[in-house]
Design a protein around this ligand. Structure first.
Ligand SMILES: [Zn+2]
Length: 80
């Protein structure tokens, strides 16, 4: 849980973090999935993420628990 300013509420509200998987540009096969994993790994984007998650494949949203507004939050590593 995080307290953030919500533009819709116009005040500081509690937000929760939601990870949504992007439609993958890779195929569904194991081989393609593995390729996707390797690409994420070697680009360094997977280093700071939980296993299986990739920046390229995942959109991170913060959701206001008061009004439900979703804000895309893909930038920055300071948000925890
Ligand atoms: Zn709100």
């Amino acid at each position: 849980m995080n307290t953030r300013f919500c533009e819709q509420c116009g005040e500081e509200t509690t937000h929760k973090e939601v990870m949504k998987q992007k439609p993958s540009k890779y195929g569904k096969s194991k081989k393609e999935q593995f390729k996707a994993f390797l690409e994420g790994f070697f680009s360094g984007s997977a280093a700071s993420l939980p296993a299986g998650a990739s920046l390229e494949l995942t959109d991170r949203y913060i959701v206001c628990t008061k009004c439900g507004k979703q804000t895309l939050e893909n930038h920055g590593e300071e948000f925890q």
